[in-house]
Design a protein around this ligand. Structure first.
Ligand code: NAP
Length: 237
């Protein structure tokens, strides 16, 4: 933890902030002095993260489905009505489906792209519109799966590769138009979060209990903790 208030007087939205990397980021941001909207489809988890953030009026739970345009409108309006502006947006919400191409249904394919890719597009667009003129930064969370080849999760990998290229183009557009908005993309390797527990891979490993499942999933013990990724996000602000 950096011992200062790097985000004092800033207003942030973190999506997927009820769990994992998003939650760690929202808590770190609140600790760094930001007002934080903890935005997630999981309202119970978002409310719990707000309670953990603690400081009075520094965190707000907002129900957000990143794949729905109207949900973004509501989220931005809620934050601007509460705190007057938006300075930082972290597009972190995501879902994983770990199945080979042959057994991936069209429904699964579309769900992964709706959340991971449409969600980042809608969020980035809403963020640019809210920050234009005043400036701000948008950080999109992709994945190493969008760069390297890990067989068994083609829909996830495809969505994350698209997030990387989308973010580069959006960043170039913002730089070209000099609208004051800076866009970056982070592509972490494996991170020890609940997302893994939604995959078939985890179900295959889970017989011997949680610790054994993590050891099978990450035999070289090289997964990151969510707090380490949160520190990277903070560094890019
Ligand atoms: P996580 O612990 O499962 O957190 C993801 C959060 O996003 C959950 O609270 C989830 O709610 C929420 N969410 C799902 N669909 C949503 C929607 N439509 N709108 C708003 N929120 C939604 O996962 P994580 O590992 O922290 O993942 C965060 C991001 O990091 C994702 O984009 C992921 O792809 C990326 N990432 C993860 C890893 C890793 O190894 N864990 C590695 C690289 C990149 P529910 O629980 O209710 O679905």
């Amino acid at each position: 933890m950096v011992p200062n208030k790097r985000l004092a007087d800033k207003v942030s939205i973190v999506t997927g902030a009820a769990s994992g990397i998003g939650r760690a980021t929202a808590l770190l941001f609140a600790g760094q002095g930001s007002k934080v909207a903890v935005a997630d489809v999981d309202e119970v988890g978002a409310a719990a993260a707000v309670r953990e953030a603690g400081a009075h009026d520094s965190a707000l739970a907002v129900r957000l489905d990143v794949s729905a345009e109207s949900s973004w409108t509501n989220c931005i309006e809620t934050v601007v009505a509460r705190w007057g502006r938006l300075d930082v947006l972290v597009n972190c919400a995501g879902v994983a489906v770990a199945t080979p191409v042959e057994t991936t249904s069209l429904e699964e394919w579309r769900r992964v792209h709706a959340v991971n890719l449409d969600g980042v597009f809608l969020g980035t667009r809403a963020g640019i519109r809210a920050m234009r003129g005043r400036g701000g930064c948008i950080i999109n969370i992709a994945s190493l799966s969008g760069i390297e080849v890990f067989p068994g999760a083609a829909a996830y990998a495809s969505s994350k590769a698209a997030v990387i290229q989308f973010s580069k183009v959006a960043a170039a557009e913002c730089a070209h138009s000099a609208n004051g908005v800076r866009i970056t993309v982070i592509a972490p390797g494996g991170v020890k979060t609940p997302m893994w527990k939604t995959t078939r891979l985890w179900q295959d490993f889970a017989d011997g209990g949680e610790e054994a499942a993590w050891r099978k999933l990450d035999p070289q013990n090289c997964f990151y903790e969510p707090e380490e990724i949160a520190e990277c996000v903070l560094e890019t602000c």
